[in-house]
Design a protein around this ligand. Structure first.
Ligand SMILES: [Zn+2]
Ligand SMILES: [Zn+2]
Length: 285
């Protein structure tokens, strides 16, 4: 009788323990689920285009092997400045800081007013001017594809500048985004401006393929493309039709696009073709 009572007691005790453990696990799960949900919402805000569009944007091509305004120096590579109401961004740096700084001066832009630098990819014709620029102004955040060599990131940090690693589509500042690191072999990020008139995409060399970049941006943002500018990396001329299919409103190709493709765009786009090159200024009101 006493033994039976003991067994029943132990069984009930074990069952209570199991129940307590299950209840604890259930509550813990709910909490982690809540935390995960909060993190996902935060990521969504950071990694997706917001509804806020911007106006009063001035884009100046300050480094290009394609000539536009003869007052500016040409040099192999690409860089452009995006002037906003309260921010000035430098996208790429060309290959030589002397040419870059000279052209910035001609454009009336002081290196000190630039607070953000975005580097498209590691090639010297886009990054060569960086360290010379940082000697003039290192009070900047430099957005680089996460795959950049750590030695290069160290060199940037040694000047006092901050390095921001970019992996996915992300907000840089109000209305300005990075596509995130795209491509497989040569990783590259492009700049996306959420203007009142639609998206403006600026590419460095477009190594992941210019059409792929435009498609990716459309897919990520679900918005119309107003202008695509920069280097398109010697595309075949059939690309012009693909641009039309993707409903790209205007184009401003330069740097590594090549004369053949530039002429094909000019022919097809007519008044929506923006002749670009060093010294070209595009104003979006
Ligand atoms: Zn390149
Ligand atoms: Zn290039």
């Amino acid at each position: 009788m006493k033994i039976t009572f003991m067994i029943v007691f132990i069984v009930i005790f074990v069952i209570i323990l199991i129940l307590l453990a299950l209840i604890y696990k259930f509550i813990f799960n709910i909490n982690t689920m809540k935390e995960n949900k909060e993190n996902i919402t935060k990521d969504l805000e950071k990694n997706f285009l917001s509804n806020i569009t911007i106006s009063n944007i001035t884009i100046i091509d300050v480094y290009d092997n394609v000539e536009f305004n003869p007052k500016f120096k040409t040099g192999f590579g690409f860089a452009c400045v995006v002037k906003l109401k309260n921010n000035t961004i430098l996208f790429d740096t060309g290959s030589d800081s002397k040419i870059l700084l000279t052209n910035l001066e001609i454009a009336g832009i002081k290196p000190e007013e630039i607070g953000i630098i975005v580097l498209s990819h590691i090639h010297g014709d886009h990054t060569g001017g960086l360290l010379g620029f940082l000697r003039r102004n290192s009070n900047v955040k430099v957005y680089v594809p996460v795959s950049f060599p750590s030695s290069f990131k160290k060199e940037i940090k040694a000047t006092g500048a901050k390095v921001v690693n970019v992996t996915n589509f992300m907000k840089i500042t109000e209305g300005i985004y990075s596509t995130g690191e795209l491509g497989t072999w040569i990783k590259e990020q492009s700049l996306v401006i959420n203007s009142d008139k639609g998206l403006i995409i600026i590419t460095g060399c477009a190594h992941p393929g210019i059409v792929n970049i435009v498609k990716k941006v459309k897919e990520l943002t679900n918005k119309n493309i107003y202008i695509v500018m920069g280097g398109f990396h010697h595309p075949p001329i059939e690309i012009v039709k693909e641009f039309k299919k993707l409903d790209v409103k205007k184009v401003a190709p330069s740097h590594c696009t090549g004369d053949e493709a530039i002429n094909a765009f000019k022919k097809e786009y007519q008044e929506d073709f923006i002749k670009s090159g060093v010294g070209k200024i595009i104003v979006i009101k």
